[in-house]
Design a protein around this ligand. Structure first.
Ligand SMILES: [Zn+2]
Length: 864
């Protein structure tokens, strides 16, 4: 296997003969604050056994320079054994001691040891991120999840810094301007789960105590950190409250004491993903530290991520998948638990299942209809495959299927299975079979057939109600038709809804049943009067696309917003899951070219203003923007866009002052504003000449207004520079970069393109900002000249850039707004001409192609 990749076979062969006893890793980052120093010194000592003495082995290491390699006391010739990605170990003994000293590079892409300088105060911050295989950018190792070992980290850092790692520190030694932190050995963990965070981080400490069933006291020191300049915005209390609720809940449910000692949660800059479950040292994207007002949905989303990562301490960290094929074993569970625990642990966020139905599942449905979809248990040949599989299938579909499993076997059997699984496989590695064994012991139901249908196949089923009536309008038969291959067993609820006295649509009947095969009759429904609405998959138990009979669809067209909110346990009103499901279903109809875009937008125009769940409302805003950008008949785009902007303005003026809804509509107005009077309104809000009661035009909202003005040529580079001077922060720099790239002039596009493509100087966060500003729906003519160069640069980008950056360029610069058959033909031509391009690159292009083909079908539907 050439280059940086590692195949499943190589990993399997290596695990067959090697057992790692321990790692000792020393990192010297004492000169990290000097931007002229591109590297840091990394020293690794690995003690390991080999079952086949005499065999040749290799360790993984991505480093610009290796200083020395010593195996069993013998110095090896670096030039001979190091090829830039691997250290060849020519002859292994039964027991081995390997020492590798290297100069490793600070990262600017979020992969490996990332270095960031805060523009506010000039302070330097470091953190690591490794999954799936970037620990080798920081120290030499055997980079595969099933070679677990205890790690002992030692870090030499500037004296004013704090250092965090997976375990507690045992000793700090002063050495002039530096201090060396010695950490305790970890429990056996995988390389991708190790972590170091270092810098002058602001920290809030707390403590969690719990009496275990055997009477002993479990003590978990807690810490939450962020950059110093963010400290005024850091609501650590809120974060630690959810943390303690989660620790209570998981201990009660998993019955296995938290195994990693302390629990630090570090919010770090320029982070590529939401968060990472490093045992004892979880890293989060610092955008979860809110600088400006955000809606309840953002707090809920953060609570979800906190609980997701915490669930990983058991699912993933304590018990880890053997290879990336079974990535779902941790991600699907954590994703499911992130929502489940929000309710079960008693957090204040009650909309978890609505958000799950509406947002999480939308991700799964989209991914599952790509030609590149895959079973939840995937076939991961190598690390490039692994990198692309952190996707809507592994997370959202997997979690949806676990939700269905809980409906199928019941929560008691599900959690009893999980407890058995932890006890049996603690600190080990597993595959699908191990989980099924544990669940079957406790669940009773035969899970092999269930697993074969749900975990080992791909694609989404469609469920449609079929209603027949007699002359008096009474149901003679209600059945559920299942489409899509393969057909699966579904545990579902079917809800019947009618209008109450106040006109609201309320559920009058609920039937829970197992659907199998093509058609299943709903027992008990015959004889009942035809309801206004039949909702299959009510309560969102299974994973499917919901369709409607004609009568129900008509009810939704005229009254989707009439689906009534419910009453919560505290007597207050709770947003309607059924309404969220209806929104999700009409969005799927639109995406599938079965509902004209104008009809979908009409529903948004009429009913979004009545949506009580702000998370659902914000999804509607996003989906409406997508519908307008790529699904609308181009002949009607301007007209639809104007109607959405008018709607945003109307709702903004009617929203309760200071409410989340007001903020959401203000942002949507910025997204849709085109007309001069709308842009003038935004400018007035910025310069203080205009005002909307209760609307705080804070820094993040200011930037979203500036983006609207910039994109329509109503802001100058000088004004954007002035705004940056006002907000001279990392976030401000990203926003200003995006605004500059969004200016509607060819030079702005050329500069953004060049900054990303012609140089690899930009950090990940600014690459993202440039791309977001460059590729805008309203600027099709300006970006059209870049469609051809895009296809020409794909292969070199894939070969030369880190995979994280390459993925952003390939997905971000795809000419998605050149929504024409010509772009489709150009994409097909590239695919035809490059059958041997890297499979992961082809996968990304195939997915972009599929989105484009879907958009063309939707446009056709809208034009009919
Ligand atoms: Zn996860």
């Amino acid at each position: 296997m050439p280059g940086k990749n590692l195949s499943r076979e190589e990993a399997r062969d290596r695990a067959a003969i090697i057992r790692v006893e321990s790692y000792r890793v020393h990192l010297d980052v004492s000169a990290a604050a000097d931007p002229g120093r591109p590297t840091f010194r990394s020293t690794t000592r690995i003690s390991f056994d080999c079952a086949e003495p005499g065999a040749t082995g290799f360790a993984d290491l991505l480093a610009p320079e290796v200083v020395s390699v010593e195996l069993n006391g013998i110095a090896l010739d670096v030039a001979e054994v190091f090829d830039g990605a691997r250290v060849t170990l020519p002859v292994l003994a039964a027991h081995n001691r390997l020492t590798v000293v290297a100069e490793c590079a600070y990262s600017r892409t979020g992969e490996g040891l990332h270095r960031f300088v805060d523009p506010v105060d000039g302070e330097t911050y470091l953190y690591t991120h490794y999954e799936p295989a970037d620990a080798r950018r920081v120290f030499a190792n055997f980079e595969q999840p099933d070679l677990k070992a205890p790690f002992t980290f030692t870090v030499t850092a500037p004296a004013a810094w704090d250092v965090y790692a997976n375990a507690v520190h045992e000793r700090i030694t002063e050495e002039g301007a530096a201090r060396t932190w010695e950490f305790a050995p970890t429990r056996p963990i995988s390389t991708y789960l190790t972590a170091v965070v270092a810098g002058p981080y602001h920290v809030v400490r707390d403590h969690y105590t719990r009496e275990l069933p055997d009477g002993t006291l479990l003590e978990i020191p807690l810490a939450a950190t962020c950059r110093r300049s963010l400290a005024p915005h850091f609501d650590a209390d809120e974060i630690l409250t959810v943390t303690k609720q989660g620790l209570d809940y998981f201990h009660q449910e998993f019955d296995y004491p938290y195994p990693f000692g302390k629990y630090d949660q570090c919010f770090v800059p320029e982070y590529n993903i939401g968060a990472m479950e490093n045992p004892g040292c979880v890293t989060f994207r610092e955008e979860f530290v809110f600088r400006s007002k955000v809606t309840e949905a953002a707090y809920e989303s953060r609570a979800n991520v906190i609980l997701h990562e915490m669930a990983h301490m058991w699912f993933g960290d304590l018990v880890t998948m053997k290879w990336w094929d079974d990535l779902w074993l941790k991600e699907s569970f954590a994703d499911f638990m992130g929502s489940y625990a929000q309710i079960a642990a008693g957090t204040e966020y009650r909309s978890a299942w609505i958000t799950f139905a509406n947002r999480r599942k939308a991700w799964a449905y989209r991914q599952d209809q790509f030609p590149t979809t895959h079973p939840i248990t995937a076939d991961i040949r190598d690390l490039e495959d692994a990198k692309l599989n952190f996707d809507g299938i592994t997370y959202a579909k997997g979690a949806s299927v676990l939700k269905q499993l809980v409906a199928y076997v019941g929560p008691e059997a599900f959690f009893e299975g999980a407890r058995a699984y932890f006890r049996k496989h603690a600190f080990g590695n597993t595959v699908l079979e191990d989980l099924l064994d544990a669940l079957e012991e406790t669940g009773g139901r035969d899970l092999r057939a269930w697993a074969a249908a749900w975990l080992q196949t791909s694609g989404v089923n469609t469920l449609t109600p079929e209603v027949t009536c007699d002359a008096e309008g009474r149901i003679t038969e209600l059945a559920v038709r299942q489409d899509g291959a393969p057909l699966r067993p579904h545990r579902i609820a079917v809800g019947l809804y009618d209008r109450g006295a106040d006109g609201a649509l309320v559920r009058t009947d609920r039937y829970e049943l197992d659907v199998a095969g093509e058609r299943t009759v709903v027992a008990g429904a015959a004889g009942r009067e035809l309801p206004a609405l039949v909702l299959v998959n009510d309560d969102d138990l299974t994973y499917c696309k919901v369709r409607f009979d004609e009568h129900s669809l008509e009810t939704l067209r005229t009254g989707l917003g009439d689906l009534a909110d419910g009453t919560g346990p505290d007597g207050g009103s709770t947003p309607s899951l059924a309404r969220a499901l209806a929104w999700s279903a009409v969005w799927n109809l639109t995406r599938d070219g079965l509902m004209p875009t104008r009809d979908y937008l009409d529903l948004v125009l009429r009913f979004a203003g009545r949506e009580s769940d702000v998370g659902v409302l914000q999804s509607l805003h996003q989906q409406a923007a997508t519908a307008l950008a790529v699904y609308a008949d181009p002949a009607h785009r301007a007209e639809y866009g104007a109607a959405l902007a008018e709607c945003a303005l109307r709702e903004l003026s009617q929203a309760a002052p200071g409410s989340d809804h007001q903020l959401a509509w203000a942002r949507f107005l910025a997204d849709t504003a085109e007309r001069a009077d709308h842009l003038r309104l935004l400018r007035g809000l910025l310069d203080g000449t205009g005002r909307i009661d209760g609307l705080d035009v804070d820094q993040e909202l200011r930037w979203s207004f500036w983006l609207a003005l910039a994109a329509h040529g109503a802001a100058t580079a000088e004004e954007l520079a002035a705004e940056l001077a006002r907000d001279h922060t990392a976030s401000g720099r990203r926003q200003q970069t995006q605004c500059l790239a969004a200016l509607p002039v060819p030079d702005a596009k050329a500069a953004a393109w060049a900054a990303v493509v012609d140089s690899d100087e930009l950090p990940n966060a600014l690459v993202e900002a440039q791309i977001a500003g460059f590729n805008r729906a309203g600027q099709r003519e300006l970006t059209a000249p870049y469609a051809a160069p895009y296809f020409e640069l794909l292969e070199s980008v894939w070969a030369e850039r880190s995979i994280e950056i390459a993925m952003r360029i390939v997905g971000g610069f795809f000419p998605r707004y050149q929504t024409t058959p010509r772009t489709l033909a150009a994409t097909d031509a590239w695919l035809d001409a490059h059958p041997d391009a890297a499979p992961a690159l082809r996968r990304l292009v195939l997915e972009c192609r599929d989105d484009l083909a879907r958009a063309l079908r939707a446009q056709e539907c809208d034009a009919r």
